[in-house]
Design a protein around this ligand. Structure first.
Ligand SMILES: Cc1cc2nc3c(=O)[nH]c(=O)nc-3n(C[C@H](O)[C@H](O)[C@H](O)COP(=O)(O)OP(=O)(O)OC[C@H]3O[C@@H](n4cnc5c(N)ncnc54)[C@H](O)[C@@H]3O)c2cc1C
Length: 371
């Protein structure tokens, strides 16, 4: 029997949307299902909006080099979403930092990421006894609201069938591919697809578990991203302190505020999927850590003490266990995971999309060659 769709994509975040569009452009009949009432409402919105260009990964050369390459592609592909209106500085701490200023500068030059010493007026904003060096870099932010509209338009023009407020609750083998049970306002229905791409980020394992399929070891953190109004002098700036228990503060374009995160205070809780798949803590019950973030950031940059907390976004951040030790962000791509035709995808950061799309195309080519 011919399946209802060539491909079913579960999860309407940035990854699910772009995979669905790419498949449709290749001529496939594609269904995209998203549990929330709209696209890109979860991790693809609730994140720091940094378009990585490698600076963040001095301990993982491969991740840094891939980011460098993908940065230019993302900026060219999504120009309307990119905010370049600020200067981005990276500061290196004298104590607790896992890199020195000399190492950081050499590393950036090796990966070809622009770097130069910050002007004196900017260095004067930092505490000289705690900061070894400050560098001017080139890093941008994306506007997640505009990114959502860009995804929506691409889905429409490529003819993807999109169902919002619809959750995939179980996946099983079908005669030619995979059958998925969908639950929406109208009740439950089953649809079949030759391939199913499971792109639900922090929710990968609950669907696998509920389908009686093997779980993938993943680490999750309940993360708080504070949104703050920075003092006027800091408005045209983004600042990240490398590389240890420090802060990062940069424009968050979709709200016209700055995001503030802190390696120590942003994670509120951590848990692992392994033999069990624990239920995440409830976001609403978490007291904010923004006061601690501001207090610590102000030690390094006194003006940060004048930040006004406006809101906090809470989201589950999911990483592969390998990323714990080297802070790398490899993609997760599991072909035929427990079922032929079920492929599990997690991009780890926005710009990894290009590696994922290459992998999807390789998969289709190998299928075609085998047929
Ligand atoms: C705090 C934080 C900061 C980050 N900072 C950055 C950054 O600055 N730069 C960067 O590049 N990356 C960053 N990331 C990582 C980035 O956000 C993710 O890599 C990316 O958004 C993942 O996209 P996605 O589409 O896989 O996930 P999501 O956007 O979470 O999409 C998954 C979708 O699946 C849906 N879903 C779940 N279960 C089901 C189901 N059963 N049926 C149907 N739909 C379902 C969800 O509702 C969701 O919309 C950060 C992440 C976090 C959490």
């Amino acid at each position: 029997m011919v399946p209802d769709f060539d491909a079913i994509v579960v999860g309407g975040g940035f990854y699910g949307c772009l995979i669905a569009v790419d498949l449709a452009r290749l001529g496939q009949r594609v269904l995209l299902v998203e549990r929330e009432r709209d696209l890109l409402l979860r991790a693809s919105y609730n994140n720091q909006a940094r378009i990585h260009q490698g600076y963040h990964y001095p301990r993982s050369f491969t991740t840094a080099v891939r980011s460098r390459e993908s940065f230019e592609r993302f900026v060219a592909d999504f120009p309307g979403c990119v905010d370049q209106s600020f200067d981005k500085y990276y500061a290196v701490g004298r104590e607790l930092s896992k890199v020195t200023a000399g190492y950081f500068e050499t590393f950036c030059r090796r990966i070809g990421a622009p770097i130069e010493p910050a002007p004196r007026s900017i260095r004067a904003l930092f505490s000289r006894d705690l900061i070894e060096e400050v560098f001017l870099t080139r890093e941008y932010a994306f506007n997640a609201d505009i990114l959502r509209e860009s995804c929506r338009m691409r889905l429409q023009t490529s003819g993807v069938d999109v169902r919002l407020a619809t959750a995939a609750v179980e996946v099983e083998a079908a005669s030619h591919g995979v059958r998925v049970t969908l639950r929406g306002a109208e009740g439950e229905e089953q649809v079949t697809g030759e391939n199913l791409f499971h792109c639900t980020y922090s929710q990968i394992n609950p669907l696998l578990r509920d389908s009686g399929l093997p779980v993938i070891p993943l680490k999750h953190e309940l993360a708080e991203l504070a949104l703050v109004e920075v003092p006027a002098q800091l408005r045209p700036l983004g600042v990240t302190m490398m590389c240890g228990p420090f802060f990062s503060c940069m424009p968050f374009p979709s709200r016209g505020l700055h995001s503030l995160s802190h390696v120590r205070y942003t994670p509120h809780a951590a848990w692992f999927d392994g033999e069990t798949v624990p239920t995440p803590p409830r976001f609403a019950t978490e007291p904010s850590s923004v006061g601690l973030m501001i207090k610590d950031a102000a030690r390094y940059m006194p003006l940060m003490g004048a930040c006004r907390p406006m809101d906090s976004l809470y989201e589950v951040k999911t990483i592969l266990p390998v990323s714990e030790s080297d802070d790398s962000r490899p993609i997760l791509f599991k072909r035929d995971w427990g079922l032929e035709g079920l492929h599990v995808v997690m991009g780890s950061k926005i710009d990894n999309i290009y590696d994922v799309l290459d992998e999807v195309r390789r998969l289709l080519s190998s299928r075609k060659a085998a047929a």
